[in-house]
Design a protein around this ligand. Structure first.
Ligand code: FES
Length: 205
């Protein structure tokens, strides 16, 4: 698991290169690597389904923090958003800063077609790939850390695309769309989230 607290000390993400050590992430693929014999005994369809999903323990992710985990060779960011962070989402929309404030482009499953782009407002689960040319945007939650009007979000270092804390792209960015939200579900106790598949209509970049 790669754990990043905020805008400080982010690693040098490389396009499409994503090296991760798993700790609390219980990726089915990792389990399969350890228990190869067991996987050999599975039907191919079951093994494929297991390898395609990743389960993440939400417990260590403090309010305001994020983790980025590998899923199907893509980085998925999970942010525990505070009430103050959620309040910025209405502000960015009210100020007319967003290209697609109501998420009309199907970059997320229907259950995430809302300003939070999530099934639980506090938790953002999103593929962290810029929709312009596939760079990995930096997490920049602090206000005014990018521009004086910046309310927090993601900033792509490649060509300057900006996104709010729901991954909605800001006007003037070269990125055409909001970042993609995958399909996911929570455990009954709410302690873990399992990322299952790409929403078929979503575009990465
Ligand atoms: S790849 Fe993100 S702005 Fe170009």
């Amino acid at each position: 698991m790669v754990t990043l607290d905020d805008s400080q000390g982010e690693p040098d993400w490389r396009r499409r290169r994503f090296l991760v050590a798993t700790t609390s992430v219980v990726g089915a693929a990792a389990v399969a690597a350890v228990a190869g014999v067991m996987v050999d005994s599975l039907e191919p369809t079951a093994a494929d389904a297991a390898a395609a999903s990743t389960t993440v323990n939400l417990g260590p992710i403090e309010p305001g923090m994020q983790v980025t985990v590998p899923w199907q060779k893509k980085p998925v960011v999970i942010v525990n958003r505070t009430p103050a962070m959620l309040a910025t989402l209405q502000e960015t929309a009210a100020k007319g800063l967003l290209k697609d404030p109501k998420c009309e482009v199907p970059q997320q499953p229907p259950y995430c077609k809302n300003e939070y782009r999530a099934s639980k407002p506090e938790w953002l689960v999103m593929v962290r790939i810029c929709t312009h040319l596939c760079c990995i945007p930096h997490y920049r939650p602090k206000k005014a850390s990018i521009t004086p009007w910046w309310l927090g979000g993601f900033h792509c270092p490649c060509h300057g695309s900006m996104y709010d804390l729901s991954g909605r792209v800001i006007k003037g960015s070269p990125a055409p769309h909001n970042m993609a939200v995958p399909e996911y579900h929570y455990a009954k106790d709410g302690k873990t989230v399992t990322i299952t598949k790409m929403y078929p209509k979503a575009h990465l970049c």
